[in-house]
Design a protein around this ligand. Structure first.
Ligand code: LLP
Length: 451
């Protein structure tokens, strides 16, 4: 028996109290998880991942349109995730051969993989074709030529889509905008029509459609509508000028997640309905058949399904100025505050419900002053050994983590209605050193270190 959480205190999906009145995520007591797996650790709710996938699919099902939902693997991909995505009938957007390999090892079908990237190496393209990856998203002219050559050599026909820069600016952090005119991703929309004959005259490449992705952490449908308009006008121009049909339109990902209660909110189903409505409306104005519509959500599927547990290891007060709670992780497991000024919320798990009495700064243990996870948060009186939970840490955390300062990455755990299991083991010092080599001339007399 679990007691529902007081919505006033915490309105986040996946949380509840267990029978001992302890805070639990997808049925698993956070304190028990911390004891079992140590801290820091990344925890993912299987049920939330599945629900977020299903919300996309259900919303599209209601729209009476041909569609495909591609999860953007760059947000978080491990073999178990690929397995879940396959079961949820999702397709997958990958950005490297490494992600293709991981997905295939996780049992994900190659034909539902879309391969992105603005500088795919020939080796990566070769690997993708050998493994029968379904579609390659062409980013630039060099890649088009390389892909044709490789497909020719392997004697394969390859489905392609082409990424376009739609010239649409968005209201988000500068570092995660991608649709603006000077973006490094894709072919400028004004050059695309002239470039188009190059695409359709390649013997081994089958033109399927066009793609754009305007940015990430977006809540503003206006930017999506503008991008849709630009893209559909391009499809119309292709038909008029070259008499070629565009089967698929991929409008990318970008729907935002809620990191703090102050963040705006747009539900997956509202986003899908508004997007499809606009696409249909523009197509009808242009007297164009509605193409198959693809979207590539990453963050909106995985961000809120993930949390991170930390322990407080030190507390430091700079009198009259600041009080630091120093946790056993930081910028190597969550680089987002230092990269994008991202804001987070956290709770002291073992003091849940106690009154918040002091303003503190939650800092990490890495050797940089910028390693601050939350600049100012009001929490109950903290002590060393307290357990902190950070919310909304599923997207671009583990995926962007590093071994800075020689720290092993934390384990990644899946929870589901009271069950818990490892998806990725925590790294060890041996693992971190497994590829290190001391060049032979440094060691010619058989000794290490100073003479
Ligand atoms: N499709 C393409 C081509 C993309 O480049 C991206 C994200 C997505 C889809 C998925 O976007 P999402 O739905 O997750 O917003 N590291 C940054 C985010 C970088 C996004 C890169 N591209 C962060 O932590 O905010």
């Amino acid at each position: 028996m679990t007691i529902a959480l007081d919505k006033e205190i915490i309105s986040r999906k996946g949380f509840e109290f267990d029978e001992e009145n302890k805070l639990a995520f997808d049925g698993c007591c956070l304190e028990k998880l911390a004891k079992k797996y140590g801290t820091p650790s990344y925890i993912f709710s299987e049920n939330m991942i599945r629900e977020q996938c299903q919300e996309h699919i259900k919303a599209f099902d209601k729209c009476n349109i041909d569609y495909e939902v591609l999860y953007a693997g760059k947000a978080f991909l491990v073999q178990a995730m690929a397995h879940i995505l396959n079961e949820e009938s999702m397709s997958l957007d990958v950005s490297s051969a490494g992600e293709i390999y991981m997905a295939l090892e996780g049992g994900f079908p190659a034909e539902r993989i879309y391969f992105h990237g603005n500088n795919k190496s020939k080796e990566e393209l070769n690997f993708a074709l050998e493994r029968n990856v379904g579609t390659i998203i062409i980013d630039n002219f060099c890649e088009l030529e390389s892909l044709e050559q490789i497909a020719n050599k392997l004697n394969k026909k390859v489905n392609i889509m082409v990424r376009i820069i739609p010239g649409v600016d968005t209201h988000t952090n500068e570092k995660i905008k991608t649709g603006q005119v000077d973006s490094k991703f894709g072919i400028p929309i004004r050059d695309f029509l002239d470039f188009f004959p190059e695409i359709i005259t390649k013997n081994h490449l089958i033109y399927q459609g066009i793609h754009c992705h305007i940015g990430s952490q977006l809540f503003d449908m206006q930017s999506y509508h503008l991008a849709a308009k630009e893209m559909i006008e391009t499809i119309k121009s292709i038909e008029d000028k070259y008499r070629v049909k565009t089967n698929m339109l991929n409008l990318g990902g970008g729907l935002g997640a809620r990191y703090t209660q102050k963040d705006p909110y747009l539900s997956i189903s509202d986003y899908v309905h508004q997007l499809v409505k606009k696409v249909k409306e523009i197509c009808s104005k242009k007297q164009l058949a509605v193409p198959k519509l693809l979207v590539e959500p990453g963050r909106s599927i995985i961000a809120e399904a993930g949390i991170t547990l930390y322990s407080i290891g030190a507390i430091k007060e700079i009198k009259g100025l600041k009080k630091y709670l120093i946790v056993d992780g930081g910028m190597a497991d969550n680089p987002r505050p230092s990269l994008y000024d991202a804001r987070y919320e956290a709770l002291i798990v073992n003091k849940f419900g106690e009154e918040a009495v002091e303003n503190v700064t939650v800092a990490g243990k890495y050797c940089e002053s910028g390693d601050v996870l939350i600049d100012n948060i009001k929490l109950p009186q903290a002590e060393c050994g307290d357990l902190l939970v950070f919310f909304t840490t599923g997207a671009y955390h583990y995926a962007m983590s590093s071994n800075y300062n020689g720290f092993p990455r934390p384990p990644v755990i899946l929870v589901n209605k009271g069950m818990d299991g490892l998806m990725v083991k925590g790294e060890t010092y041996q693992y971190l050193n497994q590829n290190h080599i001391i060049p032979e001339w440094l060691n010619h007399n058989g000794t290490h270190g100073a003479k």
